[in-house]
Write a protein that binds this ligand. Structure first.
Ligand code: BTN
Length: 267
């Protein structure tokens, strides 16, 4: 049984488990900050090198996708941001986010969880009769002309949290709630970085198709879903993702649609 005070997240604790060559190095840890994505972006602007990891025990203004708040209470979960400097254009951001989602799914599955990824990058685990969200990814990029100057990949994972605000109670879970045991945050983080480092190297060498195949292997494709395409609600079945990261949905009248941004509601 792991006590909370044993669950340290500082550089010394991570270094004891981290097996990567460059990802997660160097590692900066803070007790609390508004958002680790902001700290990592500030370091990126100061010239920090690819691989930098910023972790926080708590965030006071954690951000989710689509302007949402990311619930970030102290000491129980993982809130971290990675600095990447892909030699690519902004078109690579959606597939890069899928790559991270696929790697995250692979790492969580390797810890013994039944995990799925919901487009574009919600990680869901089986909790009771349903799947609930356990992790999410917020990718924020800075460009110089057509090229990417840096990409900040922010990841939030509910590891040991057991209480959620009322509006999330029905949708969110944690690895602890799903698996019945507390987990060491450092063990989860080092596993993720170990899976992501080679996946990203492969992506950098071979391009977006690499990202899609792992993502699809954990995706809940072939399910009925509701999406908004060009302002119109479409109901149909999700079929896969294109190399640019768009979700393909076939509607009931047989037409095919590409969803570039937004949310998917599953039935
Ligand atoms: C989502 O699913 O909406 C994305 C959530 C991303 C949350 C993480 S926590 C670490 C990093 N800092 C933030 O402010 N957001 C991301």
């Amino acid at each position: 049984m792991m006590e909370p005070d044993q669950d340290r997240l500082d550089p010394e604790a991570l270094a004891a488990e981290l097996g990567t060559t460059w990802l997660g190095r160097p590692h900066a840890h803070v007790g609390s900050c508004p958002s680790t994505n902001d700290l990592a972006a500030a370091e990126a602007r100061r010239g920090a090198s690819e691989g930098l990891l910023v972790t926080a025990d708590a965030q006071t203004a954690g951000r989710g996708r689509q302007g949402r708040i990311w619930h970030s209470p102290a000491g129980t979960n993982l809130y971290f941001s990675l600095l990447l400097r892909p030699r690519a254009t902004a078109t690579h951001i959606p597939p890069l986010t899928l790559l991270v989602g696929g790697a995250l799914a692979e790492a969580i599955a390797s810890l013994g969880f039944d995990v799925r990824v919901k487009w574009p990058n919600d990680l869901l685990v089986a909790a009771g009769h349903r799947r609930r969200k356990v992790a999410g990814i917020l990718t924020e990029a800075s460009t110089e002309g057509a090229r990417l100057a840096h990409v900040i990949v922010g990841i939030g994972i509910n590891v040991n949290g057991v209480g959620f605000p009322a509006e999330l109670a029905d949708k969110a879970t944690s690895l602890r709630l799903a698996g019945g045991e507390p987990l060491s945050r450092v063990a989860v983080l080092s596993r993720i970085l170990a899976v992501l480092e080679p996946a990203y190297e492969h992506f950098a060498e071979r391009g977006p198709a690499v990202a899609i195949s792992t993502w699809e292997s954990y995706a809940d494709l072939g399910r009925r879903c509701r999406v908004v395409v060009e302002g119109r609600e479409v109901e149909g079945v999700s079929e896969g993702v294109d190399p640019d990261g768009a979700l393909r949905v076939r509607s009931d009248d047989g037409r095919r649609h590409r969803v570039i941004s937004g949310e998917v509601a599953t039935r």
